[in-house]
Design a binder for this molecule. Sequence first.
Ligand SMILES: Nc1ncnc2c1ncn2[C@@H]1O[C@H](COP(=O)(O)OP(=O)(O)OP(=O)(O)O)[C@@H](O)[C@H]1O
Ligand SMILES: [Mg+2]
Length: 538
Amino acid sequence: MVEASALINGGGAADAIRHLILPVFHPPGTFLGYPSFFSWLHDWAPILLMLVLVIGLFSLMRFMPRTRPQQIRPEAAPTIGWSDIAGADEAKDELREVVDYLRDPKRFKELGAKVPKGILLHGPPGTGKTLLAKAVAHESGATFFSQSAASFVEMFVGVGAARIRRLFRAARKKAPAIVFIDELDAVGGHRGFDVTGERDQTLNQLLVELDGFTSAKKDVVVIAASNLLEKLDQALLRPGRFDRQIFVSPPDVNGRERILRVHTRNKPVADTVNFNLLARQTSGLTGADLANICNEAAIFAARRDAECLEMSDFDGAIERVVAGVQSRRALTDHEKRVVAYHEAGHALCGELLPSVDRVHRISIVPHGRALGYTLNLPEEDRYLKTREELIDFMTMLLGGRAAEQLVFGSITTGASDDLRRVADIARAMVTEYAMGTASGAMRSADDSASESSRRTRDVEVRELADEAFRHALSLLDSHRTQLDALASTLLTKEVLERDDIDQIMGDTPPAAPRRIGELSVAAATALNPAARQPPRRG
Ligand SMILES: Nc1ncnc2c1ncn2[C@@H]1O[C@H](COP(=O)(O)OP(=O)(O)OP(=O)(O)O)[C@@H](O)[C@H]1O
Ligand SMILES: [Mg+2]
């Protein structure tokens, strides 16, 4: 007891609080009961300082940039429907279920059916994930709350979590609603690696909301989009949260054709434009790339003052999107010859190897960073490739460098991109697909591999690339006439189309299928003029 009262009467801040609580009569000649202003300040300063700090912090938070959940009412939203999305048929089928549920939840509830409330769209950039989410909102008529996950995370811990709470509160009020969280990886990465704690706390709040709103019996569907599924925290992916994961893949040839048609719907297109051919020329491109090509084609046509888009506009647009903008780099005559032989080497290998896609166009007009390019035209989309086909593909990639070696006896820096691609393929063949000679059926991609198996892995990767290079050399050496013809025509015409290539190739038969490791002595000598012995057969 004694200690307690001593504490209260102990002066300083405690004394100041006592003055504040108890009614005090101040004798005249004092300042608020203190002998002077300075003794009052001495007691009150800590409290005043605290007050100023608290008020300052609150006003700082008030003026901090806020991103309120953006609400888009379906009728006011840009009307993106199913017809605006082509090529993502599996994803559309899955999402149609959600649309049906949001339109008529009673029908589903009567049968005791529960529709997954968390849907995660994942896939490479530009495949139409954001577009799909918008279409679901439009088709279902639900209120659409769209927010990028990156805008949740702030400097101050707890701000992101508060934003998530606010977003879900608003969505529940407007049910049926769709909460769309774009670029989920910004908050959804594995927990425990965040130094500030803000991202982890935001993710925890998201997990809580995903659990919570289901029990609230509100028709709120959460759709999220992400490029990297493997980076997401496992807790997000468990049943009850984002349990339905839809992979949105780059479109196949059919899908590409339909996407091109969607993006030219409002453009005047000449009857001569062959969409099927355009789709085949754009293998591997995403919906975003195709939309870009259609726009570029329209720009080309406008610059020509044309009435409608012609095939040549699309050709120019594809060239620009695939190879970059035409540059005005001036090459010396020797450089031009090197580039011509380099591209002719790629093209000739492509022509001679039956498993490689046929060449569609060769150009030695500099575009972007490339001094020339060879466009291949896949006959069909392929999903499985054999070991021999991959080596053939690497052979085609190395054809450029092999031609330089064969014709000029020296190699240039022009093959850097080809070399990078070859290294990627050879490494994937050994580590991912166990296609090396010593790896057997053992995948060895993980870093836990022993030192010796890592060394074996490196040797095998090098052997595969060398194998392809030797093959390219032998092919070009045995078809030197065609190589010279392709290069000299390229030097005069700069661009060779399919017909020109057919004319030069005549009825040259494709290269005979060969055993892996087989090699002509001529090629080995060209590879290393000092070598007299053919390399080991594999
Ligand atoms: N399947 C498709 N059909 C029609 N247009 C498409 C398709 N896919 C993409 N597009 C076009 O590409 C643009 C970009 O698509 P979107 O923003 O949906 O890509 P995303 O998958 O969300 O990419 P990111 O992962 O980078 O966010 C769209 O505005 C549209 O013009
Ligand atoms: Mg997106």
